[in-house]
Design a protein around this ligand. Structure first.
Ligand code: DX5
Ligand code: ZN
Length: 219
């Protein structure tokens, strides 16, 4: 079984203190940092872009797990690679040619993630799974932190796990949206090995980041 990793989303962090917040996550045992990039077009919210990622990268040696919710994504991939993203995750709906966007990320020597919205079917990416390092299953409709977990997406995780075994592939399965201490166990049991969490990590237990990361990993 793959090791369970926690990727805290800085969407719920204090944006006036992002450098410190990232240091706290590192001390608290986070395995990577999840950066939600939103463009106010692919999703109805606007967050941060390459200059902020570049500045934060100087504050930490952690893996930057960059989730691009921007469309059209292709022409911006290089900017995020140069800013310091280690994993670049894109949505199939945000590119005209998923294959060339995947190849572009690989050419830049970054790990490739592809994300499926709650309504997006696995068929959309089955032909590409042999080139993908990570599949990000959205358990909320992307756009905002603090939304309610949608358990109906767990079936896709189970299915992906089966495909991975059958085809002898090795991609990670990450889940993103509404993860808390009550549902992290089912997500892990279904087959997710990377849990993204914003609200639970930054707001539960009076913001005790270390405790919240430990609890998510072990529940
Ligand atoms: C949603 C983002 C998330 C999400 C995580 O569009 O991709 O990463 O905000 O935050 P919580 O854990 O609060 O759902
Ligand atoms: Zn995300």
């Amino acid at each position: 079984m793959k090791k369970i990793q926690i990727s805290p989303s800085i969407l719920s962090a204090d944006f006036s203190q992002l450098g410190n917040e990232i240091k706290k996550l590192e001390k608290g045992g986070a395995d990577m940092i999840h950066v939600d990039v939103m463009d106010g077009h692919f999703v109805p919210n606007l967050t941060i872009g390459p200059p902020v990622i570049k500045a934060l990268k100087k504050q930490s040696s952690m893996i930057f797990d960059v989730h691009l919710m921007i469309s059209p994504v292709h022409k911006y991939i290089e900017d995020y690679a140069l800013a310091g993203a280690d994993i670049i995750t894109i949505h199939p709906e945000a590119t005209d040619d998923l294959n060339s966007s995947i190849l572009k990320i690989k050419e830049l020597n970054k790990k490739v993630g592809v994300s499926l919205n709650p309504k997006t079917k696995i068929d959309t990416i089955t032909d590409h799974l042999n080139k993908i390092d990570l599949v990000l299953i959205m358990s909320v409709n992307p756009g905002f932190g603090g939304q309610k977990f949608m358990p109906e997406v767990l079936i896709k995780i189970k299915e992906l796990k089966k495909i991975r075994e059958k085809e002898n592939l090795n991609f990670d399965i990450e889940i993103d949206g509404g993860i808390n201490f009550d549902n992290s166990k089912e997500a892990i049991e279904a087959g997710a090995n990377i849990l993204v969490s914003g609200t639970t990590i930054f707001k539960s237990n009076d913001g005790d980041i270390k405790k919240n990361i430990d609890l998510l990993r072990s529940t």
